[in-house]
Write a protein that binds this ligand. Structure first.
Ligand SMILES: Cc1cc2nc3c(=O)[nH]c(=O)nc-3n(C[C@H](O)[C@H](O)[C@H](O)COP(=O)(O)OP(=O)(O)OC[C@H]3O[C@@H](n4cnc5c(N)ncnc54)[C@H](O)[C@@H]3O)c2cc1C
Length: 446
């Protein structure tokens, strides 16, 4: 049988069955378009993935929480008949900080001096003013775009007279999210990210992380895949794409070939680089190639209950030392933690035999000896997973200008979607760009 068999022809091919690819395909299928989704892995969901404990609790290994301004995601959740429940940001109790000098707990940033507090407040206000001056859809139009992009967040904080502890606090907060350090993050990219959600200050859990899907965030992907049924092909590793107004051709690593009038690529920045793409403009290829991810691994630790609450703790921690950037409560009794990019080397270079005990020792510093006896500890190495090679978008100084205004735009019949194509990653970015790409294809008539 020839690889260009007629059954391998469709109107539109979607590359990747994460939230972006599935939400694009769902809208196209609903509009009567003959769509096929090609997914490299043996499962759908991409960076949303989950397992279930023996007691029925669902454990999230990837994307988890969203904020109130994540309207594309929350609307999709409602359309699928799923429910949003409060996430950890609402939990009462103290945060824990593990700084080089030792442990502290309390409201706000308990290890700050009064001077640090005044400095933080003043500088957060200045940051909020700058956020208001950036159009998230077009940061390149800012009169000082180039300068703001060249500056790292750390350089800017110091130029505003931040105390050393304020710079440290911002660094630790970024690392707890497994974002890059303030020293390697473009100020313009950080301003754009906060402008996209209408924030008035630094990254805030109340803005970004207040809800989660009660049925499990990977269930969003699973529900969409159920509806798409046979349209999703698993185990299909895309190797080459030929783009032409006369039609597109997608070749898998197996040699199997698929053709369609249009292609929507939702493949993350890293894996996309090893796919040969012909027929795109040089400017587009350069822009796609400039995108990069922060690298992370995610650790989840399950206990029978949230025992730390008895000590007045909410399960949130920030760590300047160790491998984990910090923790938060995923759901009752389950802690999530991310390994920040700059600590991946310590993490990946630790023997599997030592890793679990070292991670539990770190948790014990924050929450006491009971952490050493979990029901389950899982480690998901997204940084080295060949079909992710990262985590979420990370923009170094100069990257916003380097990627340029082609970011998130299409070159029909080649369309892009995926969280990398939004301002800063996240499940909202995946759904928003997935549905927008489907709408753009429909508008072009395929
Ligand atoms: C540990 C972790 C925690 C996170 N936490 C949050 C959070 O709390 N809140 C939030 O909003 N976001 C979070 N995110 C980010 C969020 O999960 C992602 O931004 C979002 O799920 C990405 O969806 P996507 O469809 O754009 O990309 P993906 O989910 O990466 O989907 C892309 C698909 O393309 C496939 N693919 C790759 N290469 C090929 C190839 N060659 N051929 C065919 N298919 C290929 C992949 O297998 C994958 O299924 C987190 C991510 C991680 C990893």
């Amino acid at each position: 049988m020839s690889h260009s068999d007629v059954t391998n022809r469709s109107d539109v091919i979607v590359l990747g069955a994460g939230l972006a690819g599935l939400s694009a395909a769902r809208d196209l299928a609903a509009a009567g378009v003959d769509v096929r989704v090609l997914e490299a892995r043996g499962r759908v969901g991409g960076r949303v993935e989950q397992s279930t404990l023996a007691d029925g609790r669902i454990v999230q290994w990837g994307g988890e929480v969203v904020g109130p301004s994540h309207t594309s995601y929350t609307q999709l959740v409602a359309e699928l008949g799923l429910t949003l429940v409060p996430a950890f940001a609402e939990l009462p109790g103290d945060d824990v900080w593990l700084m080089a000098e030792g442990r502290s707990q309390g409201e706000g940033i308990p290890w700050f001096t009064d001077d640090d507090r005044r400095s933080y407040e003043r500088i957060e206000h200045a940051f909020g003013e700058l956020v208001r001056s950036v159009d998230p859809a077009n940061p390149w139009a800012h009169p000082e775009a180039e300068k703001l992009d060249r500056l790292s967040v750390g350089q800017w904080l110091r130029s505003e007279g931040a105390t050393p502890n304020v710079v440290r606090a911002r660094d630790v907060a970024m690392l707890a999210l497994a974002a890059e350090s303030v020293e390697r993050t473009s100020l313009l990219s950080d301003l754009r990210k906060e402008a996209a959600v209408g924030a008035t200050g630094f990254y805030d859990y109340e803005v970004w992380e207040v809800s989660r899907v009660g049925e499990g965030s990977a269930t969003v992907a699973l529900r969409m895949a159920e509806t798409l049924g046979h349209r999703v092909t698993l185990g299909a590793v895309v190797h080459r794409i030929d783009v032409s107004p006369r039609g597109c051709r997608v070749v898998l690593a197996s040699g199997e070939t698929f053709t369609a009038a249009a292609v929507i690529s939702t493949i993350p920045a890293g894996p996309l680089r090893s796919i040969r793409i012909d027929g795109l403009s040089d400017a587009r290829r350069t822009s796609l190639d400039r995108q990069r991810h922060a690298l992370t691994s995610k650790v989840t630790v399950a206990y029978p209950d949230s025992f730390w609450a008895a000590d007045g703790l909410n399960g949130t921690s920030y760590a300047e030392v160790g491998m984990l950037g910090g923790t938060w409560v995923q759901r009752d009794g389950i802690l999530s933690a991310l390994v920040p990019p700059e600590r991946q080397s310590a993490f990946l270079a630790t023997s599997p035999e030592r890793l679990q005990s070292e991670l539990l020792d770190e948790l014990a510093l924050a929450f006491g000896p009971r952490t050493r006896d979990p029901l389950q500890l899982t480690v998901r190495r997204w940084a080295t997973d060949p079909f992710t090679l990262g985590y979420i978008t990370s923009w170094r100084p100069g990257d916003v200008m380097g990627v340029g205004p082609l970011h998130g735009t299409h070159e029909p019949p080649f369309y892009v979607a995926g969280s990398d194509q939004w301002v800063c990653g996240y499940m909202e970015g995946a759904v928003r760009t997935g549905r927008a790409a489907a709408a753009a294809v429909l508008q072009q008539g395929g």
